[in-house]
Design a protein around this ligand. Structure first.
Ligand SMILES: Nc1nc2c(ncn2[C@@H]2O[C@H](COP(=O)(O)OP(=O)(O)OP(=O)(O)O)[C@@H](O)[C@H]2O)c(=O)[nH]1
Length: 870
């Protein structure tokens, strides 16, 4: 390696260093140190921006997961339902006006204004706001229209790539996805974004820079690398194309100061600390390994750890005390290697691409192709025009080359002073011929190149290391902002919709709650009133009917059977019995009819109550109350009271126990002789017969004996009351006379006559007494029996029937009330649920609204950090 031949302070030194009065190396180091300091500041700022973005994205993820399923907006230029063609529709709408739909809800849309602003520091700000209702296409100023005409509608980083094949249909398919599916897809994007942010974080803290040296075959790449390594002839060089694989030269400091070669294992990611990812070879084998003609462009790269010659004043580019730089010597470009090299250059870790071109050959086709390809990733290239010494007309060559660069890489051409260098690497690499006149010029040119390359690596390291992070965060923030503003719109709409729903339903709910007790009381009250009225009315009319039957009277419309004579008295009694029972059945039927009418009215009252309390939109019962269905089918169902008379009551007449004729139905001796009611009267209500017996004599009546019969028989001419009174009086009289011998003498024949007369009379009176007897007996029986075959509890007939009618009425009322009550309850619950859910939605949407507004603020803060000029 040749020391710098220009002593500090010489005029030539000042001319060539371009910086100042100090030696170029010192100037370069000062500039480098300042650049590194600046870099470190930017690195710190960007690092905290990355952290803040990570928190933001993680918060978004959590929010999406736990609190609000983030909606994915879709913007379209066309107004919905437009039948105009795309072009027509677009031309009539303001350029930044869009129709916003959400992937999970493609049918509802909102008119919005999509805004995109790009600041000088490359900060992209994209957000969406509700379109003003009155905005007319022509009201948009030219400026605004022009500025926003090319607004990007889609997301760049959070874009949901559904990989559904033809993009034409992708939007249609995404529209069919549910909100939760979309939210899950967003979650996946956020997760990917988080891990990418971690990578970027690691990258901006990575102290390594890698410089790829590539160029045409034989352009002098290896020679240039050797020159950069201060003349240590590391890379083999030859007249013939030589380098056949990528060789990365790294300072041995990174390998415990050990010089050796690592042959990278293509199957695994290289890790200097993991021996399984490479094979070690001695440094002496470098030439053999790097120039093996059997290598193809995909041969595993080599990593060479090189111990440098220590040169304090002018250290090699590998180790300059600030960052570690490695140089990668690439095989010359040809058809086979161009793709591999372009791919290599595209690697994120490659900070700088140095393109070596032979001054004599200018840019070959392969070179042009490579530069154009590499230009997509790395706008700026460092171009070394080598073997300049061999050019005679240097100015012409310079012009020609610059013309080509201008065309191939305009950005590089812009910075040509620092990025394009015409040098003679061989002289620097292999040493100067001291006699050479241009030695100093050559060295100065190469020093300038080195300084520029260092600066390009160090100063632009910000771009290569921090740039991707800045670029990524910028776009991510724009996406987050767009997502947040779109979700703000949807949250506002959801909140307003939910609050409107609460406003609509809550008053109704409150009204129902307030009216609930009145409604309930009304239902219960009506049921109670109508039921008890039916019971009382039935009791009264049935008791009345029973009393009539007790007097042997038939119901209106029924005729007393014809008395067939003494011989048919038994059958007659049976028929009378059935007729009287039928009378009761008719009375029962009448009670039922009355109950039907009352129930029909009460059902109407209940329906009115329902109309009053049920909200209008609640469906009313379609059931029509059919009162005829009341009291129906009981007999058939329960197998009781199967009256032979169709529809005549409940069939008391069919009760065999009741229709059974007893002797007393014809001759009620007990009644005639003892004047006793055969059953105790109802409490507090003495029978008409009993009224006639003085209380003091009641105990003696039984002792009057058979004598009463004859006396009574004669006395039964008038009303029954009179006859009975006469019986008493006669009996009393007879007992007084019994002590008289005359009376005793005539008593026998007289009694005989009286008995015959009595019997004749009784027989004569049978057509009238049988109904009374039967009626009395029936009445007595039905005062202690419900009349049902299986009656066991001695409930009076009228009471049992009244209760039965009451039960039926209550059943109908309960059913009618139950239906209403159910409808009321369901409506109340449904409204309660709507209010609850709407309030919940409003609460969540309000929270989301606040949260997304906060996200937009956070985005602004991070953006101010990321907006630094790199
Ligand atoms: N005169 C002159 N010759 C040079 C210069 N640079 C390189 N050479 C010569 O050009 C030949 C090729 O140099 P290399 O460095 O092997 O070229 P390369 O681009 O690495 O070759 P491959 O990697 O095989 O494509 C060698 O003989 C070098 O001595 C230079 O600046 N001036």
């Amino acid at each position: 390696m040749q020391p710098n031949p220009t002593p500090p302070g010489s005029p030539r030194y000042e001319k060539e260093t371009h910086i100042g009065l100090q030696p170029a190396s010192i100037q370069a180091r000062i500039a480098g140190t300042a650049a590194v300091r600046d870099y470190e500041d930017k690195q710190t700022t960007l690092s905290s921006a990355i952290d803040a973005t990570k928190y933001l994205v993680a918060d978004l993820k959590n929010f999406n997961h736990g609190e609000w399923k983030i909606r994915y907006p879709h913007f379209s230029q066309n107004a919905p339902n437009t039948i105009a063609s795309d072009d027509e529709a677009k031309s009539r709408r303001p350029p930044n006006r869009r129709t916003l739909t959400f992937a999970d809800e493609p049918l509802s849309y909102t008119e919005v204004v999509l805004q995109e602003t790009a600041s000088t520091s490359n900060q992209v700000k994209r957000s969406v706001t509700l379109a003003p209702m009155t905005a007319e296409p022509n009201s948009m100023s030219e400026d605004v229209a022009g500025e926003t005409a090319s607004v990007k509608e889609d997301f760049s980083i959070l874009h949901l790539d559904l990989n559904l094949g033809a993009t034409r249909h992708a939007k249609a398919l995404i529209s069919q996805l549910e909100r939760s599916s979309i939210s899950a897809l967003i979650d996946t994007r956020l997760t990917a974004s988080l891990s990418h942010l971690s990578l970027l974080h690691a990258r901006i803290h990575d102290a390594h820079s890698r410089v790829l040296v590539t160029g045409d075959l034989n352009a002098g790449k290896s020679t240039f690398v050797n020159a950069l390594l201060r003349g240590s002839e590391v890379m083999p060089t030859d007249q013939q194309p030589l380098t056949t694989r990528f060789v990365e030269v790294v300072s041995a400091v990174e390998n415990d100061d050990k010089e050796e070669i690592h042959i990278l294992n293509l199957d695994s990611k290289y890790d200097a600390l993991d021996p399984s990812t490479f094979t070690v070879a001695p440094i002496e084998e470098l030439e053999k390994l790097a120039t093996d003609m059997d290598n193809d462009p995909s041969a595993p790269p080599l990593r060479v750890f090189l111990r440098e010659t220590k040169n304090v004043t002018n250290p090699s580019i590998l180790h300059n005390g600030v960052v570690d730089i490695s140089l990668i010597d690439a095989p010359g470009l040809n058809r086979d290697s161009i793709k591999t090299t372009a791919n290599f250059a595209r690697q994120e870790e490659i900070d700088v691409v140095v393109f070596v071109v032979s001054a004599a050959n200018h840019f070959t086709l392969s070179a042009k192709e490579f530069i154009i390809q590499a230009g997509h990733e790395k706008a700026h290239l460092f171009i070394v025009v080598n073997r300049f010494d061999q050019i005679r007309d240097k100015e012409r060559c310079r012009r020609a080359v610059m013309e080509q660069i201008k065309e191939l890489s305009p950005e590089t051409y812009e910075d040509a002073k620092d990025l394009v260098h015409f040098v003679d690497s061989a002289k620097v690499a292999f040493g100067f011929d001291d006699s050479s006149d241009d030695a100093e010029d050559v060295d100065a040119a190469f020093s300038h190149l080195e300084q520029s390359l260092r600066s390009f690596v160090l100063v632009n390291r910000a771009k290569s290391k921090l740039g991707p992070a800045q670029n990524y965060i910028t776009h991510l923030l724009a996406d987050v902002e767009l997502l947040a503003s779109a979700n703000t719109i949807v949250a506002t709409q959801e909140r307003d919709g939910a609050l409107a729903e609460v406003d609509r339903v809550k008053p109704e709910l409150d009204r129902m709650k307030r009216g609930k007790d009145t409604f309930e009381d009304g239902l219960v009250g009506e049921e109670e009133v109508v039921t008890s009225k039916a019971i009382v009315a039935s009791q009264s009319s049935l008791r009345h009917a029973l009393d009539s039957v007790g007097r042997g009277e038939l119901a209106k419309g029924l005729d007393m059977p014809v008395y067939p004579g003494l011989l048919g008295a038994w059958d007659y009694a049976g028929e009378v019995r059935r007729a009287l029972l039928a009378s009761l059945d008719i009375a029962v039927r009448q009670c039922e009819d009355d109950a039907r009418v009352a129930t029909t009215e009460a059902v109407k009252v209940i329906t009115t109550l329902g109309e009053k309390h049920l909200p209008v939109d609640v469906e009313r019962s379609k059931r029509v109350f059919n009162s005829a269905a009341m009291f129906f089918n009981h007999a058939a169902k329960k197998g009781r009271r199967t009256s032979g008379l169709q529809y005549v009551g409940l069939g008391l007449a069919g009760n065999s126990a009741l229709s059974h004729v007893a002797v007393s139905d014809i001759f009620d001796l007990q009644h005639l002789l003892f004047l006793t009611d055969s059953v105790p009267s109802e409490a507090g209500k003495q029978s008409a017969f009993r009224d006639l017996i003085p209380a003091s004599m009641a105990g003696e009546v039984g002792g009057l004996g058979a004598a009463s019969l004859a006396v009574g028989a004669f006395s039964m001419a008038g009303s029954q009351t009179m006859a009975l009174r006469t019986i008493f009086e006669s009996a009393m009289h007879l007992s007084d006379l019994a002590s008289n011998p005359v009376v005793r003498k005539w008593a026998g024949p007289a009694l005989g006559v009286m008995a015959i007369g009595a019997i004749a009379y009784v027989i004569y009176e049978l057509p009238r007494t049988i109904p009374r007897n039967v009626g009395r007996h029936l009445r007595s029986e039905l005062l202690t029996s419900s009349g049902a075959i299986d009656d066991a509890d001695e409930t009076p007939f009228f009471e049992a029937e009244a209760q039965r009618i009451g039960r039926e009425v209550r059943k109908v009322m309960r059913l009618a009330a139950w239906d209403l009550r159910e409808r009321f309850r369901t409506a109340l619950e449904a409204r309660g649920e709507i209010v609850r859910q709407s309030e919940e939605t409003a609460r969540e949407a309000t929270h989301a609204l606040e949260w997304f507004t906060e996200v937009e603020q956070r985005v602004e803060v991070i953006r101010s950090q990321v907006g630094l000029k790199l």
